[in-house]
Design a protein around this ligand. Sequence first.
Ligand code: EPU
Length: 453
Amino acid sequence: MNLTEFSKSAGAAVGMNVDTITVRGGKALRGRIQMKGAKNLVTKAMVAALLGEGPSELRSVPEISDVRVVQGLLELHGVTVRREGDTLHLDPANVRTAHETSINAHAGSSRIPILFCGPLLHQLGEAFIPDLGGCHIGDRPIDFHLEVLRNFGAVVEKLPSGIRMTAPNGLHGAKIHLPYPSVGATEQVLLGAVRARGRTELTGAAVEPEILDLIAILQKMGAEIQVDTDRTIRIEGVDKLVGYSHTALFDRNETASWACAALATGGDVFLEGARQPEMTTFLNVFRKAGGAFDIQDDGIRFWHPGGDLKPVVVETDVHPGFMTDWQQPLVVALAKANGISIVHETVYEQRFGFTEALVEMGAYIQIHTDCLGSHACRFGQRNYEHSAVIAGPVELHGADITVPDLRGGFSHLVAALTATGTSRISNVGIIARGYERFVEKLETLGADFDVEG
Ligand code: EPU
């Protein structure tokens, strides 16, 4: 599937029949929109439902295409998934092995299938996963995942069509160390260890709020998990887990994205459902860059208080650092800030591809292979273009842009909203992978745009 076909199918999965947006820039975004459950938690919580002996209920589930992909995969494996408003009811009573060809129909559409392995090995003794998808923002290997599964006793066989796994003797607990605190690999350990025989000790774990929320869900299901202060997670395997009932943590990435859109367009938005504790690192940077915010019980108001935006120096990092998914829309606001900003990307080696379109629109951005931050990262000596210098202020002008990936795509949308003149953005279906009803939200916030089929 090429990028345009992928974009169309991602959009269609959530009922979007448009794939191109024409934006007339220059209007400040103003209004109130709702943040729902985090894409990067909800999709994993759906997989966790496979482990329960009874049905699970997940609330605040956004209508995004990544949720549809996981729903499709669960259904192929016999799980009944029913949506009622924002709530998903997931019943794993009839879990069964799916045909490789039907699983392969989902090849390339998401990275979540790798997380099916542990639960399927527990339930069925075997698992098959297709080629993985997700955004093209670096190599995105799965070596940590496969190592974790092998540690648990899985036999891994790589085939031309995907990866097949079996667990002839069931899965057992293990001592595992992650060379880098990978979010997905930590989730792989959690989903595999909770029902493995014996104890698992994971060192070097990621502790993102979405992971802690997944742990909360697994605890509701009957799992025994302890998180220590030094990134160590200890899990005591249990024989049986039950279904859960849970309201998903709000989406921190969606929140940061719309907040930056308000800042870059000189606007004022209230993001219902956003909470302060999981956003403190972002809020610090937002304020340093010249933005204002007000924390309320039911959400956070973000606005541009007037005056110049200020340059900032930011390094992306694992939690509690500044998230890698926050830098793309921020870079657009920084292009309008008065001075030189630096963004050092330390999570993915290749996450500045989206800046090419911004440069075409008039931004002054240079990408460097050096670590332009306070510490050298894994990518420093390896010739990866992972530091950006952004000089502002510049006035962006409209352009024809093709969305390259989810977060980059949203930043292009923000750039078009701030630009003078008209921009035509194609492949916007990719944005529907992680932003619920973003076209309606743009309308609610007063953006000036037309959609094309
Ligand atoms: N890595 C490996 N080997 C592995 C796994 C990861 O080398 O087996 C490396 C990656 O290449 C990367 C680093 O470890 O350089 C971190 O990757 P991680 O595993 O933490 O990322 P992920 O689990 O694949 C999730 C989110 C990403 C988010 C990152 C970091 C989901 C579905 N995806 O990815 O979200 O950027 O954590 O917080 O949860 C997005 O939402 O647009 C997105 C890309």
